[in-house]
Design a protein around this ligand. Structure first.
Ligand code: CLF
Ligand code: SF4
Length: 493
């Protein structure tokens, strides 16, 4: 198989790699491997045990842990105007290339192959390409077979919610403790603009009647999950002029019913996709519109801001997709699960994240103390591990943080084309990257050439490689100090 073994260096830096070797040789358990010493103050112990290694349910965990999706559930019982079933389900994925659909047995083989090669793997999700609860037999069979092979893998389901109430008890019995429901409205009149029809109880419903049934089933499913202590995330697709203002109401409703997280995602719409919204020219929101809505939602249901709208066959850390390395044709017919790499990696992460959390807290405190109402938006080139550790020219996304009176907070990401290919980059690519970074004040990376640095500066974006391999928050606190003339923190590289 072509899949490279992930090196600890690529993720976190050489210093931590040495620790991994020591840890693996000693076979010992890091003092904080249970995760208790890294628990944030605002999360109780039971919840923390569920989210500490889930890259979507914990922003902090997404620096260290990976998810994979298996595309076993192609059938769907709802028609969304942003989907035409030729592409992955837009509930949890980016419209793009059609997935390789798998049977449950093929899915088990793929999960073992990924677990043997990707030590960060912690979660198996089923997110389509149709609906995981409507195509229930395949979802259930896949989960049952996978947990027999890899019992510690967390199970995660994404659904439009229509069939969800029928399966909540089975989800609880299978220890599925993370469920995502896509809820785009709580008002059927708005719902009718998003869903032309649903298929429910052996018949098809249209318009407002369809949206009303869908709404009632979504609310019922959410309440049932909350009553059983299953963590729920609500995904909402932001559709300007259709439901953008209404999502404030959605946020309130789902919070009342116990939702753990609310994830507002931008509509992805393109005439080439052939969807209804694509064909009528319905636009999606731009990055600043997204941020403005998310800022208005602060104080309601807790927001997820690090979603990457990944495909129904995505594999890897959230900012990367290694799915193409694990196509069925590349996976051996017979495979045995080897727990070694995942176990060693977990030991490494337990120690690293304890250091990182201490650094985060110190950096956030320094910014809060120093802040005089000024804020900075900072784009960070990183390949994981919570550090500034990617070259500007190699970055395919920049993680965006805001430093302000509220401390240092992850507020989103900007996807870009890779600038440097084979040692040099195209001017047109640099123009598009510069446009994608609109509104960002400072870019942090491990290395940047003069040409991109000058072009960014001309657009009002200051780029620096002075904080390479530092923790992201420590670097941001130092930049904040330099910008506003306050005392900097010590580096953590
Ligand atoms: Fe997959 Fe979704 Fe589970 Fe995560 S994705 S089923 S909760 S394991 Fe995550 Fe991807 Fe965003 Fe989904 S980044 S689209 S929120
Ligand atoms: Fe498409 Fe998913 Fe909507 Fe079904 S629920 S129509 S697969 S976006």
């Amino acid at each position: 198989m072509a899949a490279p073994v992930i090196s600890a260096e690529s993720l976190t830096g050489a210093r931590v790699s040495e620790r991994l070797l020591v840890s693996a040789k000693s076979g010992g358990c890091a003092s904080s491997s249970c995760g208790s010493s890294t628990r944030p103050d605002d999360v109780d112990l039971v919840t923390w045990s569920k989210i500490k290694d889930h890259p979507c349910f914990s922003e902090e965990a997404h620096h260290y842990f990976a998810r994979m999706h298996v595309a076993v559930a192609p059938a769907c019982n709802v028609q969304c105007n942003y989907c035409n079933r030729k592409y992955d389900c837009a509930n949890e994925s980016r419209p793009g290339v059609v997935s390789e659909k798998l049977t449950p047995d093929q899915a088990v083989r793929k999960v073992i192959a990924v677990a043997n090669e990707v030590p960060q793997l912690s979660v198996l999700g089923i997110a389509g390409p149709g609906d995981a609860c409507y195509d229930w037999k395949k979802t259930k069979a896949t989960f049952e077979r996978v947990v027999r092979e890899i019992p510690d893998l967390r199970l995660c389901v994404s659904t439009n919610g229509l069939a969800l109430p029928d399966h909540v008890d089975e989800l609880a019995d299978m220890n599925v403790d993370h469920v995502t429901i896509t809820i785009n409205m709580v008002d059927p009149e708005i719902g009718a603009k998003i869903y032309p029809w649903i298929f429910y109880g052996h018949r098809r419903y249209y318009g407002i009647e369809a949206a009303r049934i869908l709404h009632e089933r979504q609310m019922l499913g959410l309440e049932m999950l909350s009553a059983r202590g299953i963590l729920t995330k609500i995904n909402s697709v932001m559709i300007p002029g259709v439901n953008d203002q209404h999502l404030i109401e959605v946020n309130k409703s789902v919070k009342q019913r116990g939702a753990f997280l609310h994830n507002v995602m931008p509509l992805i719409s393109d005439p080439a996709h052939g969807t209804h919204f694509g064909l009528i020219g319905q636009r999606g929101p731009n990055a600043m519109e997204m941020k403005a809505l998310q800022d208005r939602l602060e104080g309601g249901a807790k927001l997820m801001r690090h979603c990457r709208q990944c495909r129904a066959d995505a594999v890897g850390l959230l900012g990367e997709d290694r799915g193409q390395e694990f196509m069925l044709g590349q996976i051996p017919g017979e495979l045995t699960y080897d727990a070694g790499k995942r176990e060693a990696y977990r030991e490494l992460v337990a120690e690293e994240r304890r250091d990182h959390l201490a650094a985060r807290s110190e950096a956030a405190g320094a910014v809060k103390t120093a802040s005089s109402g000024k804020s900075l938006l900072i784009g960070v080139a990183t390949k994981g591990g919570g550090r500034v550790n990617e070259h500007f020219g190699h970055a395919k996304e920049f993680q965006v943080y805001e430093a302000s009176t509220r401390g240092i907070n992850f507020v989103g990401h900007r996807t870009v084309e890779q600038y440097c290919l084979g040692g040099w980059g195209e001017k047109a690519t640099l123009d598009r990257i510069t446009a994608a970074l609109e509104g960002i004040d400072v870019v942090l990376c491990v290395k940047i050439g003069d040409r991109p640095k000058e072009q960014l500066a001309a657009a009002g974006i200051r780029a620096t490689d002075a904080y390479g391999h530092d923790y992201i928050e420590t670097a941001i606190a130092a930049v904040y100090a330099a910008e506003f003339g306050v005392q900097a923190l010590a580096a953590t590289a």
